[in-house]
Unconditional design. Sequence first.
Length: 99
Amino acid sequence: MFFWGVLGLAWVKLMLPWLLRLIQRIPWKIRYSLTAVCLALMLVDAAMTLMALDAWYSRMAGIEPDSPVMSFFNTYFNDDFMAERFQTMSLDPGKAGRL
């Protein structure tokens, strides 16, 4: 616990001022553009994650893929991949009222 306190103090006193000065050197237009690109990437990531979870749930419920998108997720985000990424998540279609 002591180590995290020292590490946090070092971050605030040593690294953060340096990082803020570095960020201030980036022109505003570039900062806004980079922020927009990062936002777009985060939104795409969130959408892909939700679609992969939906495909995983559908597989657990025994529903066959009915579109090329679902086939894509079944191919690249199979049960083993999803179980490894979401280790603490459990899906039980029998207990859900979705389908």
